[in-house]
Design a protein around this ligand. Structure first.
Ligand code: CA
Length: 234
């Protein structure tokens, strides 16, 4: 299963360790930035699904970073949970006005933060929480790991399953080969780009073995996308 990616922006090492451990245990992939300016770069490189953002940071502050992210088209709706120290609560309004989606005051209960992460991800992208995803005659079940086209079961290897799951999660979004490598194989994999093409080829072949319509779009020079028009009545 493709794991939602969370960027933790926090300069207190013990808290970073605690958050990383708990988020990974919950099944999320994590990346850490300990400076605000470093986080700005990482957001564009990593395209996280959610940001946990500390208020006070070296480099640029959490508030300033939040404000900048909200000004950019591609991060305007990125889910952000802001962390603040006690005593900064009076600034709560300012934090929300800056565009954070949620707000947690330190010291906080880890369980509560995890619940908020889950809720916010679900609100931002219902596909993260759904057991099944459907488009047209295609249905992917995350619990049973089965894929069907109408009544026909499509036999997929684990890699092809994760590829389809990743693409289907955001119909229309074009994923570069490097992004697919990162999301499907993991960032540390030593696999080259052409492997992505091979697996997409296998996925396509399995999905269209009865000459059904191909739901995957190849975008020349860019990568692959799940066709957002797939399943719409023509
Ligand atoms: Ca801090």
């Amino acid at each position: 299963m493709t794991r939602p990616k969370i960027l933790i922006v926090e300069d207190e090492q013990p808290l970073v360790t605690l958050l990383t451990y708990n988020l990974e245990t919950e099944g999320y992939a994590t990346t850490v930035a300990m400076r605000g300016d470093q986080a700005a770069d990482l957001v564009h490189e990593e395209r996280p699904d959610l940001l946990i953002l500390d208020w006070m940071l070296p480099g640029i502050s959490g508030i300033e970073l939040c404000r900048r992210l909200r000004q950019r088209q591609e991060t305007r709706t990125l889910p952000i949970i802001m962390l603040t120290a006690r005593g900064e609560e009076s600034e709560r309004i300012r934090g929300l006005a800056t565009g954070a989606d949620d707000y947690v005051v330190k010291p906080f209960s880890v369980a509560e933060l995890m619940a908020r992460v889950k809720a916010l991800l679900r609100r931002a992208n219902p596909a993260f929480a759904a057991d099944t995803m459907e488009a047209g005659d295609l249905r992917l079940d995350r619990v049973t790991k089965r894929v069907h086209r109408s009544a026909r079961e499509v036999k997929l290897g684990p890699t092809e399953f994760r590829l389809l799951e990743c693409l289907m999660k955001s119909p229309g979004r074009v994923y570069g080969r490097d992004q697919l490598l990162d999301q499907v194989w993991g960032r540390d994999s030593e696999i080259d780009d052409r492997t992505v093409d091979v697996h997409v080829g296998r996925l396509r072949k399995a999905l269209t073995s009865l000459d059904e319509r191909d739901p995957i779009r190849t975008v020349r020079g860019a990568g692959y996308a799940f066709d957002e028009t797939f399943g719409r009545v023509a």
